[in-house]
Design a protein around this ligand. Sequence first.
Ligand SMILES: Cc1cc2nc3c(=O)[nH]c(=O)nc-3n(C[C@H](O)[C@H](O)[C@H](O)COP(=O)(O)O)c2cc1C
Length: 187
Amino acid sequence: MKKKIILGITGASGSLYAVQLLRCLQQADVEIHAVISSAGRLVLQHELGLTPDDLQKYVAKWYAPDDFAAPMSSGSSKFEAMVVVPCTMGSLGAIANGIAKNLIHRAADVILKEKKPLLLAVRETPLNRIHLENMLKVHDAGATICPPMPSFYHHPESLEEMAAFFAGRLADLIGIEAGGLKRWQGI
Ligand SMILES: Cc1cc2nc3c(=O)[nH]c(=O)nc-3n(C[C@H](O)[C@H](O)[C@H](O)COP(=O)(O)O)c2cc1C
């Protein structure tokens, strides 16, 4: 049976990271169940000129952010892991404090209680005390905070390549070998 992964896309800058993760996971034998917040939809349109429909080929199913009856709302539905990328400070705050304002927050809450991997690609700068405290809180609850910090040692030649490298690292962190990641071999 295919591994089922939840993808949450929120309204932080960096929609490209979500798109590159979808492309990366397409090469692996996984099923993506995705939710995008209304702010996420806005940023996806603004930064990339894309709508969720444009990403349909990568996704098994899109869920509405208010669909609390979706399978990912319950631990019995057996998802392998969840990635929120990009993750806003608002969604970080909701997840860190167990406030299920939408399906992304609820699914993250479920993933944490089921002790499955939850990656939060949090994006903001600079960070205030509340952001930092929420990151520590959710880290202590079992999530992995992985901000999309660009790396240069693999010599990216485009934004797509830079984002793809980060997406490959996210796939690594949820135990999926997607291929295409330029692994460090030494100088
Ligand atoms: C173009 C744009 C970029 C944004 N970038 C960020 C960001 O990097 N980090 C962040 O925390 N919020 C950012 N925001 C604000 C969030 O979208 C806003 O707080 C929203 O309420 C978050 O809701 P969500 O977490 O449900 O997506 C941005 C908004 C826009 C329109």
